[in-house]
Design a binder for this molecule. Sequence first.
Ligand SMILES: [Zn+2]
Length: 245
Amino acid sequence: MGSLLNALVRLQAVEDRLRAAKARLVRCKRTVAIHESRIKAEQATLEAKREEIKRTKMQCDRLDLELKTRDQEIAKYRAALNTARTNKEYATLLTQLNTTKADNSKLETQILELMKGIEAEEAECDALQAQIEEHRRQLEQIRTETEAAAAKLQAEVDQIQAEWDEVASTIPPDVLEIFKRVAETYDGKAVVEIEQGEGRSHSYSCGGCFMGVTTESVNLLMTKDEIIRCPNCTRILVLGKTQAT
Ligand SMILES: [Zn+2]
């Protein structure tokens, strides 16, 4: 292979390293975002729980007020019992008194249940709050570590980019444009080797899309330093090690 095709093979190798390094940098930066969104979600859960506690407390207060009103009613019935003039009046008052007492007992149970619920929710809130604080501490540590790692990865990307620019400067602009365009289409894979079939057939195929490549194309690559692209996928074809030697 001539100097142009060799340069393209080298550029492809640098392109692979450049893309891998950039991907590592993105992943590294994403770590902080993932932790930040986890804390955000926990914070939202905590706020919803606190809202729920507030509502339950208000309900408790309402029931408590109702209980007090009924307690006053009971006191009134008791007083009336003492002044009842007939047995019938006495019996009616007694029934009312007992009904109200039974209702109050139900209310008391209900209030107790609600208060128990509030206590449990508050304990959960405390635990969640502690967890959020722990995650915040972790995040700060991760942020520091990530910043250092990201700086290192960025330096690596810059260095590989410089290498890329250097190799690219040896390639004519029109060919370089083709390389970039095809690389964009195929996730960085612009240059592929021609593959040779097993057996006597000597059939050739594109290493990218595996469609057949003519023997003329292979012969041209062996004799000329020009780019040949796969007629199917448009990738730049180069000779594999077996054909090149
Ligand atoms: Zn192809």
